[in-house]
Write a protein that binds this ligand. Sequence first.
Ligand code: ADP
Ligand code: MG
Length: 450
Amino acid sequence: LWSQVLERLQLELSRPTFETWIKTASAERLENNCLVIRTPNPFARNWLQKYYINTIANVVQDILGYPVEIYLTVAQGDSFGSGVEGETWEPPTVHPVAVNVGQRQNKTPELNSKYVFSRFVVGANNRMAHAAALAVAESPGREFNPLFLCGGVGLGKTHLMQAIGNYRWEICPDSKIFYVSTEQFTNDLITAIRNDSMQSFREHYRAADVLLVDDIQFIEGKEYTQEEFFHTFNTLHEAGKQVVIASDRPPNQIPRLQERLSSRFSMGLIADIQTPDLETRMAILLKKAEYENIRLPRDVIEYIAANYTSNIRELEGALIRALAYVSIWGLPMTVESITPVLGTPHQKIETTPDVILSVVADAFNLTVEDLKGNSRRREISWARQIGMYLMRQHTDLSLPRIGEEFGGKDHTTVMYSCEKITQLQETDQSLIQTLRQLSDRINMTSRSQK
Ligand code: ADP
Ligand code: MG
C-alpha cells in the first residue's frame, strides 16, 4: 500500500516537497480504518500534519476505496538536534494526532482559528490598532465605527481583524460575523448581477452584525462595487452594526475611490500598524515557538529577528525554514547552523555553478544538458531563466560568465532572464516560494559538499 501511496504522491507534489517530507515517512500499520504513518521527527510530523495530511488521506482513500483516519507518529529515539548549553528542543507531545477525513470544524468557516487576540503580540507599532480592535470586539457598533486598519503587507491587519470576529463568535455564536475580502465581495456582486439575484446579495451582506472587509484598496476604480458597498455600509452603519475595514494604506491615498466612500471610511477611527521593532519581532518569534512547542536559544531568536525587519509573515517564514533545515540535517539549533538557509546577504554560502545547474534541473525534472542546450520548449526555457537568476543571486559571476555556464548564451539573454524573474516576483507569490525552496536546496547541497 505505502509504495502505491508514494507513487501517487510523487506525482501530486513538487519534487523538493516529496523528497523532504514524504519520502522520509513510512507506514507503520493499517488497522481497521486507521493508517499509522511514522515520521522521522516531530517537526516533520507537524509539517505533514499542517500541509499534507489531506493530500495523503485523499490518496489513501483513492487507493483503498474507503476513507481512513491518518495518524502521524514520531519515530522513537531519533534525536532532534540539541542546542548549546543544554538548551534542547522540547519535542512536541508525541501523542498521535487524529484527522477525520472530510470532517468539518464547528467554526465560522471564513475565520482562521489561529487569528485570535491571545496570539497577537502587542508592541509600540500596533498598540493603538490592537486597543481599538479589542474595544470593537468587546462592544461592536459603539465607539469606533467603522474601524479602519491600515498598514503594510504582513503586519497583522488580517490577524487583528479576524481576532475581532473570533472574539465575537466566541461570546456570541449566533451573531452573524462576515469576513470577506474585497475581491470576494466583488465576485459575489458579479455573480448576483449575472444570476439576477441582487436582492439576496443585498439581504446577505446587510444582515451582518459584524462585517469585516479585508484589503479594501482593491476596490479602487471599481465603480459598481463602490456603489454597492456604499449602500451596504450605510445600511449597517445606520443599524449600529460594526464594520471593520483593512487596507494597505489610508482611505485618502486609495486612488480612484469615491469621495463619499473615503469620507465614510474616515468617520470612525483610522488605526495604523507600523513595522515592529526588534523586541516586538523577538516576542513574536517566541510566541510562535511557544505555540509550536519548541524551545529556541535566545541568540537564534535575536538573529532571525535582526534579519527580518519589515514583514511578519516573512519573519515567521524564516523561523519555519530554519526549523525545517536543522531538522532535516540533524543539526543543533544554533545561529551557525541556520545561517545558510536564512540567506543573509553577508554570509552567503559558497556554491558552484554545477550545484545550481543540477538543483534546478532536478527540480524541473530536466537534465543539466537541457539547461545548457538550445531548446526553446517552454518548460526548458523557464527553468533556464530561473537557473540564470539563481546563479546571479548565489555567485559573483558576471553576466557573460553565467551565459557560458549555460552552454554559451549571450549575456543579454542572462540579463533579460534576471530582470524578468525579478519582475515576476512582484506579483507571483508562488514563484517566490519556488525560488526560496530552490535557494535552500542550493545552500543545503553546497553545505553538504563542503
Ligand atoms: P496583513 O493582513 O497585514 O498582510 P497578516 O495579518 O496576514 O498581515 O499577518 C501576517 C502573519 O504575521 C500572520 O501569520 C500573523 O499571525 C502574523 N502576525 C502579524 N502581526 C502579529 C503580531 N503582532 N503578533 C503575532 N503574530 C503576528
Ligand atoms: Mg491581510
